[in-house]
Design a protein around this ligand. Structure first.
Ligand code: NAD
Length: 399
């Protein structure tokens, strides 16, 4: 099942039937099992790598490390990567990988070993010409990417590495940096408020959520609610995000930081200017989309709204900045990291931020102009991305 609603899109752009067939399914997928000797038994985890479309370049996408991953979810996330790279004009294709295990259930060394086993199992994908270039996603981090580099010995085979291991200064914060650039543009356009007047709720305080909160609060935005998988915190006056990050770095938990607690359902329903889901997928669905009280949604996470929720919010006139636009900062920075690994060019942190912001300004404006008053931002973003993919496939004689 494709994420893209091709029937709806066909009324906006011309999609030749063979192109639609090619885009409606992944080009290639690998399903395998990882086995790690643990004491007297093996720890086993299913794993998937999906290449959705490589007409525009090598399959690029994160590795999700989570107990609930499925092949279908990995296919959907790979498709989103094809759309995201096409929309932002980054010369990569769309891919994704998943490991079905809970990182919290493993020691650091056990997780390292599982990541090494993952690389071993798909080692042929990392032989020139490299077929898949991973990056961090839910449950994986820069250290995991350094482990992958340690196995492949090829700097451009993986992005999201720590800067001292061939990574890019600013890549870690890049997705949050891009989300905040999208927020700034969307607030001006849809709720006609400056950032200083906006109150925000953010679901997720991992990579995307925490850096989004930090950049927002640095710009004077009141972040009044933040949650993670354990629940959330609320402060009408605005949470001190820098203090919260320090508190968590020092071993504290979100809920202990306080002052008041709130659950995830309550956070999603807060009467607020802006809601940023930046955690799991499909958190807004047909059962709870009616209870959303935000004036604007910016999707930090991938696929946080089901198709049904999207229709409900569109009918209610709540604008949604879609994932393939809002969280594209990560892949924009990954491209700089990959290019630097190939060329030896050094990029500074501020140059990474500037590149992410510039791409967001250009892409957001293109999407919003195409949407006009008629289309949702998601329909416009899908249309521009699919058009680009169709033309790339046609150029290559794929149909
Ligand atoms: P992460 O593992 O660093 O953090 C995930 C956060 O979400 C944690 O705070 C976790 O507690 C919370 N969480 C998980 N399940 C939850 C639930 N059911 N309810 C509430 N909170 C929950 O992951 P991340 O890298 O920040 O990724 C978050 C989302 O952003 C994912 O959808 C991912 O695909 C997307 N994304 C990530 C990047 C990136 O560069 N890391 C880039 C683009 C998109």
């Amino acid at each position: 099942m494709s994420i893209v609603n091709f029937d709806k899109l066909s009324s906006i752009i011309d999609i030749p039937a063979p192109a639609r067939q090619l885009l409606a399914q992944p080009e290639k997928q690998i399903a395998f099992a990882l086995s790690l000797p643990l004491g007297e038994q093996f720890f086993c985890a299913d794993a998937y790598v999906v290449y959705h479309n490589t007409a525009r370049g090598t399959a690029k996408g994160g590795i999700r490390f989570h107990p609930d991953v499925t092949l279908e979810e990995t296919q959907n996330l790979a498709e989103l990567m094809s759309l995201k790279t096409a929309l932002t004009n980054i010369p990569f294709g769309g891919g994704k990988a998943s490991i079905k295990a809970a990182p919290e259930a493993l020691t650091l060394l056990e997780k390292d070993s599982l990541i090494k086993e993952f690389v071993h199992m798909i080692r042929k994908e990392f032989v020139y010409p490299i077929d898949f270039i991973p990056a961090p996603d839910m449950g994986t981090n820069p250290r995991d990417m350094a482990i992958i580099y340690g196995e492949t010995h090829i700097a451009e085979s993986v992005t999201g590495k720590p800067p001292r291991n061939g990574g890019l200064p600013g890549r870690r914060e890049a997705t949050g940096c891009g989300v905040v650039a999208a927020v700034e543009l969307a607030c001006g356009r849809f709720i006609e408020k400056s950032l200083a007047e906006v109150a925000v709720a953010v679901q997720g305080f991992g990579n995307v959520g925490s850096w989004t909160c930090k950049f927002l609060s640095d710009k004077g935005v009141r972040v009044v609610a933040i949650s993670d998988i354990t629940g959330g915190i609320y402060d009408e006056d605005g949470i001190n995000v820098n203090a919260l990050m320090d508190y968590i770095d020092a071993g504290g938990t979100l809920l202990e930081f306080g002052p008041d607690t709130i659950n995830n359902a309550e956070l999603l329903a807060l009467p607020i200017d802006l809601l940023i889901p930046a955690a799991a997928g499909e958190v807004l669905h047909s059962e709870n989309a009616d209870s959303v009280n935000a004036r604007l949604i910016v999707e930090g996470a991938n696929h946080p709204l089901t198709a049904e929720a999207d229709v409900i919010l569109e009918d209610r006139g709540i604008p949604v900045v879609p994932d393939i636009l809002a969280n594209s900062g990560g892949v924009v920075a990954s491209y700089l990291e990959w290019r630097g690994a190939k060329s030896g060019t050094i990029t500074k942190q501020q140059e990474t931020y500037a590149a992410v912001e510039e791409n967001m300004h250009e892409t957001f404006t293109r999407v919003a102009d195409f949407a006009g008053d008629e289309l949702s931002l998601r329909s416009a973003a899908w249309a521009l991305a699919v058009q680009e993919l169709v033309e790339a496939m046609a150029d290559k004689g794929w149909f």
